[in-house]
Design a binder for this molecule. Structure first.
Ligand code: UGA
Length: 335
């Protein structure tokens, strides 16, 4: 089986590739990883199953099309997924996350390639949790809140995939990650205010500035999912076409729900015990408008219903928040 991962150097692409090339069930597969960058790719274990191709999906369209034609399964993982960018550069989010991926999905559909596409937990927006793939409403704020352009782009792509399938059936699965965390989530060095996702931002701010920021007081909650659990679910999807075809799967850990404030305290505590931070770390409350800009709105709770993926593959998340945090910190320490 030939798998093409577009965005293989990203957080999910890297962890998935790393896990596949070490998993015997994939020993007859070949994986082509496409990315404009090669930062995380350099950390992969050596494997004859994996080939890296340096291409940019926004520029090298003909070469990407040829790789799609050479593949059996395509995972288009290239996207901006950082809230600060949704607010500051909404048009970039639309052009990359929606337009470029639309082109790729339509090409895959036209040539009947199997597509495994990342939707997002954000599609549920401000609906009432727990979120169910088949029955939850998808509810966003008014247009001046550009934060929602990401959720809207992803939601419309989900709908396009279903509409294409209605027009002429093809094999596809949509998956919705819920705050996956693990080593190399974002770069610590580039985590200027708000430019990274929560866990990276907290670690970086605590280590570099001795203070962390709780946006709007930090009462909002998320369910944090270890990337190792996430990747286990993705591999089940890859290996089981029939059980996953035409489905949407939430992939999250409903038992790891914590407020941002609770997470900040856990991160500080672990950093102090690992002697990665000395002395006190301050908790600073900032308004979301000051932290992200006026186009930001938040989600107060985001809990997945995971019945679908549990009943398809017997999957359930194994790692506690503390396990995941320790894994991130020990990787950071060893580097
Ligand atoms: C983001 C993406 O938009 C989602 O698409 C993606 O699924 C999700 O991350 C993910 O990682 O899976 P969000 O959870 O809102 O969604 O993003 P984070 O940057 O991780 O922020 C989580 C919460 O922490 C937000 O309420 C934010 O305001 C808060 N925050 C963030 C702080 O209080 N302090 C900080 O320093 C950073």
């Amino acid at each position: 089986m030939k798998l093409l991962i577009l965005g293989s150097d990203g957080f999910i692409g890297y962890h998935l590739t790393s896990s596949i090339i070490q998993d015997e069930r994939f020993s007859q597969w070949s994986i082509v990883g496409v990315d404009a960058n090669k930062t995380r790719t350099n950390l992969l274990p050596k494997s004859s199953l994996f080939q890296y191709v340096k291409l940019d999906i926004t520029k090298d369209r003909n070469a990407i099309d040829q790789l799609i034609l050479d593949a059996d399964i395509v995972m288009p993982l290239v996207a901006i997924a950082t809230p600060k960018v949704y607010v500051e550069r909404p048009m970039d989010v639309f052009e990359l996350d929606f337009e470029e991926n639309l082109r790729i999905i339509k090409f895959c559909h036209q040539h009947k390639r199997r597509v495994i596409f990342p939707s997002t937990s954000e599609v549920y927006g401000k609906s009432v949790a727990p979120f169910d793939e088949g029955s939850s409403d998808l509810t966003y704020g008014p247009i001046q809140y550009s934060r929602w352009i990401y959720a809207c782009s992803k939601q419309l792509l989900d709908r396009v995939v279903f509409a294409l399938n209605q027009k002429a059936p093809f094999e596809f699965t949509l998956f919705r990650p819920f705050n996956w965390m693990g080593p190399y989530l974002d770069s610590l060095e580039s985590s200027s205010e708000g430019s990274s996702r929560l866990i990276t931002q907290l670690i970086s701010d605590a280590m570099l500035n001795k203070e962390v920021i709780l946006v709007d007081g930090g009462h909002q909650k998320r369910c944090f999912t270890d990337v190792r659990d996430g990747v286990t679910a993705l591999k089940e999807i890859l290996l089981n076409t029939q059980l996953s075809n035409g489905k949407i799967f939430n992939i999250g850990n409903p038992w790891n729900e914590f407020s941002v404030r609770e997470v900040a305290l856990k991160v500080i505590d672990r950093l102090q015990s690992a002697q990665m931070v000395e002395g006190d770390v301050k908790l600073l409350v900032k308004s979301s408008a000051d932290f992200y800009g006026a186009g930001y709105q938040d989600v107060t709770s985001r809990v997945p219903n995971i019945t679908n993926i549990a009943s398809a593959f017997g999957w359930s998340p194994k790692y506690s928040f503390e396990d995941s945090l320790d894994n991130i910190l020990s990787t950071l320490k060893s580097n």
